[in-house]
Write a protein that binds this ligand. Structure first.
Ligand SMILES: Nc1ncnc2c1ncn2[C@@H]1O[C@H](COP(=O)(O)OP(=O)(O)O)[C@@H](O)[C@H]1O
Ligand SMILES: [Mg+2]
Length: 143
């Protein structure tokens, strides 16, 4: 079974990755971890208030964060001796996860109920809500 496990580095997504590892073990699953880095608006769109240097640093920081988030996710699977592939994309998180899930022929998407942002009283975050509603594959929402 092809499983797509979604991470944003949050505690809730770590729980989701651990569930994905359990499922992969039971069903001989092939796991791919995905993290989508949000776009940063270009300086021209934002006006003259921030320097290009500022954006360069922001981009650099995002790159480091992404590498860390992916590495943390991989570790969870490696500790269980489960092979894992990784996908790092830039774009709109829920649209990108949904597109990768469909185009990649994934049979199950595992996602945290909430993530980094978030109003605790909502059952679902915006990404998990949008992904669950927009794709054909089964979605496991980890609470
Ligand atoms: N940028 C992202 N890339 C990949 N998966 C994500 C991303 N953002 C959120 N997710 C997944 O969606 C789950 C719910 O997060 P989200 O809907 O963003 O909630 P919140 O509104 O609390 O941030 C996370 O636990 C994670 O599994
Ligand atoms: Mg979020």
């Amino acid at each position: 079974m092809k499983i797509l496990a979604c991470t944003d580095g949050s505690e809730q997504s770590r729980k989701a990755l651990k569930e994905a590892a359990k499922i992969a073990e039971c069903f001989n699953g092939e796991v791919t971890v995905i993290y989508v880095e949000d776009f940063i608006p270009y300086p021209t769109e934002i006006g003259p208030y921030f320097s290009e240097e500022f954006f360069r640093q922001l981009e650099e920081r995002n790159k480091e964060d992404s590498a860390r988030i992916i590495a943390d996710a991989v570790k969870i699977f490696e500790e269980q001796k489960i092979q894992v592939k990784t996908i790092l994309k830039k774009g709109h998180p829920s649209e990108t996860v949904s597109r990768v899930a469909s185009e990649g022929g994934f049979e199950m998407v595992v996602i945290g109920s909430r993530g980094l942002g978030g109003l605790k009283k909502l059952l679902l975050g915006s990404v998990s809500n949008a992904v669950a509603q927009s794709i054909e594959a089964n979605v496991l929402i980890v609470k």
